[in-house]
Design a protein around this ligand. Structure first.
Ligand code: SF4
Length: 107
């Protein structure tokens, strides 16, 4: 027979087990910043400091105003400090003030 105490004990263990994968993901993502010498980053001319890139006006937005922070592919929910996930880089982290040629404005 399951008592309320054993039910709560089992629930606690199950809850702890569900947290472990979440913790592993956040640790892996935090360490998984896109390096500028990554082949995809090079192809898209990604830089951590957008001011170092030659950014031409695009979709009505001045080049100087284009940064990862205001890009459609930037993942706000993954932001830690000034880094966020980018869909073009398999949700690895890119710098908020960064830029790449895949930039498009947020909808
Ligand atoms: S696609 Fe957008 S968020 Fe991703 S690196 Fe390029 S500019 Fe930054």
């Amino acid at each position: 027979m399951t008592t309320r105490r054993t039910f709560i004990q089992h629930l606690g263990a199950a809850g702890a087990l569900t947290l472990i994968p979440a913790l592993n993901v956040s640790v892996a993502r935090a360490a998984d910043k896109v390096p500028e010498d990554d082949p995809t980053a090079k192809a898209l001319r990604y830089v951590e400091d957008g001011t170092k890139a030659t950014r031409t006006d695009k979709m009505g937005v001045k080049g100087a105003d284009q940064v990862c922070d205001n890009c459609r592919f930037y993942g706000l929910s993954e932001q830690t400090d000034d880094w966020g996930s980018c869909q073009l880089f398999q949700n690895r982290l890119v710098a908020g003030p960064g830029w790449c040629a895949g930039w498009v404005p947020k909808a």
